[in-house]
Design a protein around this ligand. Sequence first.
Ligand SMILES: [Zn+2]
Length: 839
Amino acid sequence: MRLRVVIPLLSVLLLPGGTAAADPTPPVRDFGNGADRNEEAAGVGESAAKTLRESAPELSWRPDHTRGYPRRTTLPVPQENPADASIKLGLIPHHAIAAKLNQLQAVGDRVSAEVVGRSAGGRDMYLVTVTAPESPSETRRQERLRQQIESGHRIQARTYKAPVFVNGNIHGNEWEGTDASLRVIEELATSTSPQIKDLLATTRLYFNITANPDGRVLGQRPNGNGFDLNRDFVTASQPETRAMRQIMIDNQPVVMIDLHGYVNGTLVEPTTPPHGANYEYDLFIKNAYANALGIEQAILALGYTFEKDGTHPPQIPFRDSDEGWDDWPPIFTPQYAPFHGAVASHTIEFPMRVNGTDYTSLPQAELQRRSRINVDIASASIRATYTFVQNNRERLVGDQIEVFRRGAAGEPSKEVPLGIVPGFGPEDVYTTTFPRAYAIPSGTPSAATLVDFLIANDVKVERALLPFRASGRTYPQGTYVVDMRQPKRGLANVMLEPGADISPRVDAMYDISGWSHALLWGAAVEPITERRLHVVAQPVKLASPTGHVPRGEGPLSMRIDDAKAVRALNDLLGQGTAVTMAADGSAVLPASARQAAKTVADRYGVPFARAASTAGTPLSPVRIAAALSADELFTLRELGFAVTPVSTTVLNNGFDWSGIDVLYVSSGLSYGALNPAARTALDAFMTKGGVVTRGGTGAAFNAAAGLLTATAVAGRSDANGVVKVSSATGPVGSDSPAHSFVFSPRWFTALGPEVRVEQAYATEGPLVAGHWRPNPTDGSGGPEAARGQAAVVSGRDERGAAVVLFGTEPMFRNHPKGLFPQVARALFWTSSTADVLTP
Ligand SMILES: [Zn+2]
């Protein structure tokens, strides 16, 4: 417990001016981001379905600071898999990595390997530490120094080994980061050079050998759950992401590189604008640019040329492009690492493509030639990076301390001086205004979810021990407080601020531009801006329990307004508990189910209230056939729904609809492409079963199958972000948050009399945070066109089937957790035969 008296601090508001965008020449990307993601994700769900069930329990690894180095851990060697996609390229298959690391650990006293995570498909992830031998007390001292640095305190940098982090193969079919890491580890293990000896005495080099073992083996970009791990850092829905997050929190790298392919010439960050506004960018850019120039020189020194080898010279987006390769969203590893102290971090894209159609169509000898070049270039990048750290160690550690010091002191966002590095202009200046703190009212499952997530990200959260006054109101005891005077305030703010509409400043963005744990996760998050704040508070390690069952007899009700409530409801239904859905959309249990209510209240933290009666529609488990993207499949199953993935092909091969209550369509199912038998069977199903659709594919299905009378209008396909919405009292709209998320937004016009608007885009905005411009050709598809338009609609078609159409993205990459209940309500409503919620 501690008393905190907070003194005023000068708050400077720094709003960047608008800049005229020059002709953008975005670098060639390793995937297209402009495509409607409905199509991009098509078909992934079916392969994801297979691997999800193979999942092993999650490994929660934490480093042992009581042991010295080397550690000589004997890694278990997996069974040989001749189908590993790496083999064709002459690269190391996943099953051979453990034996190789066991051998490298035996070479001398410099290499230690540990299993630090397990993939969605149950495969081991290996963290290798290369450093000069340490006694246990030296290891403990290194950890003490790391903690001092993290609290923003000056240390004797000469005694601290600077941590460097090399992340390999996060995209499974961008293989060579793994092989280059192994090559460099072997060099370091066996080198007799005094320079290497000095390197290992002054640094710890960490290698995450493959961040995506599933993808490496299967030759695919995502992990076994179908998730792009390099988009998951704001959500950490996947075990691999959580393992990488822990590596960065525990080891606090001053520099990190993330090894990818394939962009020719080799792409080396730093990036184009927009730049994330929550970084200490003045410290970051000077180091990141300097390291990039060193990496460039190291690659050029290899002597590869376009004429001889097919490789173009390296490119640095910050220097060589105007926009299109930005560091705005902290969803990528190098854009997440700076919040844990990396003062230089880089995506590096090797030049020679060996995946996609090249993998299947090129001769093996050509593929192996290309991979050899990539391994050379990746190895040169790693060497250049550790040399950069070796040569600038004290300054880099000092800059890391400065990042954390500014946070702990609550200093205002610093405007980066123009010209801090050549080419740093007004278009590069992005700043934010940090509030004094954020208050998160406690007691709801959503608040607990958010607080636990912040803590898992190493953000400090406290709980008020007494009521306190702020922002003109009294917050009760128990309120969570995120003090923005903390070393990792950048990470806290990037998650808790609403975000910004950056549409005016840039035309092209690489990936998403909006996310928000404050607006999309269902918990109330309130910024406190006054500079004087007096809170008696205690640090929180884990959110307080929120489950509650009122005393006494009688029926009990639970609102379906949180993802945990959905899980609790599905759990109850799975146990055979009698549950009815009341007219207000809440789930009601009879008095006899009191014990079951207590169990789920404990397990999921859901609060129950007294109910007047059990009147309503009896609910049963919803059995879903779904043509959907992998993230949606993962989310629905996480919520406890039984989902059978389908597609046009699956239905054309003959599908038994008898055990299905609802069809969900967002990807990979075209009504027009069904053969007559499949169409007849589907039509028969739709005379009684429900249909829920999302996005363009879903809207096309609605039109082709003749369900609801509605015309779907497409917004610009790359538009995405947090939008303001208004919701009606209906089966889907009730209990919905005031914000939603869109990607390739859609809205519905020319609605028939049977169609009810559940949710509409707000008449102001509606974009709150993200990037959404009208189509450049005709000015259509912009946010103005969406104002007040129907975003989610429901109704019964003339056959009697209950239908819901989403123009929003309520399950996008498992992120907007506060929107999941809306989907659940749509599924429960469409699966029930009576329209219980329509008065
Ligand atoms: Zn990649």
